[in-house]
Design a protein around this ligand. Sequence first.
Ligand code: SF4
Length: 356
Amino acid sequence: MTALPAIQPLRPEDVVAACDVGIVTARKVVASIHQRFVDDVGAQVPRNARRVEVDAIAARYRVGALRVVTREASAVDPFVKYVLECEDGARIETVRIPLEKPGRFVVCVSSQVGCAIGCAFCATGRLGLSRNLEAWEIVEQVRVVRRELPPGTRVHGVVFQGMGEPLANVDRVMQAIGVLHDPCGHAIEQRNITVCTVGVPSGIRRLAASGLRVRLGVSIASARPEVRRSLVPVQRSNPLDEVLEAAAEFVEVTGDAPMFAITPLAGVNTADADADALAEIVRAFKARTGVAPRLSLVPYNPIGDDDPFGRASDEEYDRFHKRLAAIGVPVVRRYSGGGDVGAACGQLVARATRGA
Ligand code: SF4
């Protein structure tokens, strides 16, 4: 017997089309799954829903599951890293990130099992790509985190910065965003959802054309092409100029300032020439779009024993930061927590290995 498809990513309109049921029942059933964490579609009839319609939905769909293999809370900051097992045994990681405002969280989700891009400073890139995640598997990461939240707290936003390049899986990522935003799904404001890419121009354009009003983050790595090439292999096929042109088109559609992220690596991308090149692309972007990108420095996190890089020293960082500030480029230093449990940026490898 063929397994029924999972229901999580479906919006009520999709359920209506697939099951020939009324929108009221479809909304009630979808909301019961995402908001009250019901795992058995036909087990109960939500208030104002019709039994016969619930049965029709249950005959067509089931709720797929991601099994929590481990959940590790950081001892130094309130991050929690989840290792989750998909139904085929593949493992992914999801991180619950606290916001400054108490009781609010952002969920950092994975979009692929592994990643094909192979950025030199990222542990996920060492795994290679196993497969894309399905849209429901992306949404389910949020549901897993959300069902464990203490009462009175909530998921405020989602960031696509876990395992994988989200714009290499853009169709499913957009489908997942639709469910994350849907009032019967997770009801998360689109502007609180950020898609971070290392640079897939076609994906940026697809996202812009989709009508979704999410935020865009671009990992710059280095604004000097020769340095970027050594850090981000995709620079060969997708040069930064093309990525930034697509980002400019995105801004023309959404009007929202993108975030440019850079990870200062000791002795690699923090020279004055790197700061000057970075300032130049920020200036050019503002001149092109009228919108100044937000520049974010993300501390480097160790990725293993044979780590080829080191975190820029405080002195090196300050010099880089001051040089950018002197040229008039505002910079924020991002806090990257959860390093002690391998939950920080660039560290996600689903360490509790497959099938263990
Ligand atoms: S930084 Fe992102 S795109 Fe680069 S290897 Fe890691 S997961 Fe892939």
